[in-house]
Ligand binder design. Structure first.
Ligand code: AMP
Ligand code: GLY
Length: 427
């Protein structure tokens, strides 16, 4: 099978790494890919992930059998529709189905219509009305930019004063561009946050696993929200009983509801959930693609061949009786540039990668790197730079293995969290 992976980040590096191990694979391409990904796949740096015409042309030229789309932007722009029009099997939802992530207002209305548990909310196109609403609430709330803002367009507001500032930043100062023209104000949920993943083919699902991300920049969940500073899987908060509730109350009604609404869901459904003290799940958000960095530990834990499942999702032929085999645990620690998620410098030389004792229990996934100017090794090229990912017989073993490797790696102003996986170990 000839496969094209769309994207260039740590998530795509992990997907490429996993797909590359499939005995069914005959050729592996990535667009645009990255210097690190080029060690496993033929990269097409001239074809960006948002260049729909270029991607369709590439898939035709290379006679690609399956396209696996990593990021949300091309999905929201309709890459799956374009490829399916050309009869090229595509892993990823249509533009209509991708609204589950692309518009918070769409997904909130969808959940309300189909009885899927989520925080109470209100949607505003006018800042005056939004300001008046938060004054009337009199309790903590969460203010969100409606559109795509790379996981950063969310402000947790302890009181009305904080909410006023967030609304002004989004609607008047346009901190997130057009994504903030409409805002959603919702109830602040309490509990433990978890990501749950299922592969869908429009009608059927195969469950993947739960993972836990660390969204805040600093240890102890301090600092601003980021795209994710580390992740681990499995997540002990998702017991068998909790998983059953997630499937019955959230995943199944979502697949049935999307089909009923006329846009069957194909691809990976990534549900961001809050699990309360009683073990009841509420949806924080839907994502229509794999999580980054959650995919890094998920791919390392997965023992089954993933390619037939991706392909069956794309072709609408998933076998619900097929189950995926998993190793015990995996942990990913993200090394970020100083200043991220706000401004940061790039072009810092990375040292220590060559000396790592790599076997199949430790993999360094590259998120924001490029070949170093010196011609040797890598330098930084993004906010999140590397995902040091380790497998182990327990979260503790995987975590210790990952941090041992972290200690060997260095670049100027590097910052990372020291407490990835701590919540799982404290249970
Ligand atoms: P989102 O982009 O909607 O996933 O939000 C980013 C992060 O903000 C989530 O991962 C949560 O940590 C937090 N968050 C969003 N909505 C809520 C909510 N209603 N209650 C509590 N935390 C939330
Ligand atoms: N790590 C969270 C996300 O990918 O949205």
């Amino acid at each position: 099978m000839k496969v094209l992976v769309v994207g260039s980040g740590g998530r795509e590096h992990a997907l490429v790494w996993k797909i590359a191990q499939s005995p069914l694979l005959t050729a592996l391409h990535a667009a645009p890919g990255s210097t690190a990904i080029s060690q496993l796949a033929t990269c097409h740096p001239g074809t960006k992930a948002t260049d729909l015409d270029g991607l369709v042309a590439l898939a035709r030229t290379e006679a690609i059998d399956l396209v696996v789309v990593g990021p949300e932007d091309p999905l929201a722009a309709g890459i799956s529709d374009r490829l399916r029009d050309e009869r090229i099997a595509t892993f990823g939802p249509s533009a209509a189905a991708a609204q589950l992530e692309g518009s918070k207002a769409f997904s909130k209305r969808f959940m309300q219509r189909h009885g899927i548990p989520t925080a109470a909310y209100a949607v505003f196109d006018q800042s005056d009305a939004a300001h008046a609403y938060v004054d009337s609430l009199g309790r903590p709330c969460v203010v969100k930019a409606d559109g795509l803002a790379a996981g950063k367009g969310v402000a947790m507001c302890i009181d009305a004063a904080a909410a006023h500032i967030a609304i002004d930043e989004m609607m008047s100062d346009k901190r997130f561009g057009d994504a903030g023209d409409r805002v959603v104000v919702e109830e602040w949920l309490h509990g433990e946050e978890v990501s749950y993943y299922a592969i869908c083919d429009g009608d059927r699902i195969v469950t993947l696993a739960a993972a836990q991300d660390h969204k805040r920049a600093f240890d102890g969940d301090e600092g601003e929200n980021t795209g994710g500073m580390g992740a681990y899987s499995p997540a002990p908060v998702v017991t068998d009983e909790v998983e059953k509730k997630i499937l019955e109350r959230v995943v199944h009604p979502t697949i049935v509801g999307m089909k009923k609404d006329g846009h069957p869901y194909q691809g990976v459904l990534f549900v961001g959930l809050m699990i309360d003290d009683a073990g009841d799940p509420q949806v924080i958000e839907f994502n229509v693609r794999f999580g980054d960095p959650e995919t890094q530990p998920l791919m390392m834990r997965m023992e089954s061949d993933f390619l037939p499942i991706l392909d069956a999702s794309a072709r609408g032929t998933l076998d619900e009786s097929s189950s995926i085999a998993w190793g015990e645990a995996a942990v990913c620690v993200v090394l970020a540039s100083g200043g991220y998620p706000r401004g940061y410098e790039v072009g810092r030389e990375i040292s220590g990668l060559e000396g790592l004792n790599r076997d199949d229990s430790l993999v360094v996934f590259h998120a924001g790197t490029r070949g170093a100017a010196s011609g040797q090794g890598f330098e930084t090229a993004g906010g999140r730079v590397l995902g040091i990912t380790a497998r182990g017989d327990s979260v503790r073993e995987a975590r210790d293995r990952a941090y041992r490797a972290v200690d060997a790696i260095e670049f100027a102003d590097m910052h990372y969290r020291r407490d990835i996986g701590a919540r799982a170990l404290a249970r």
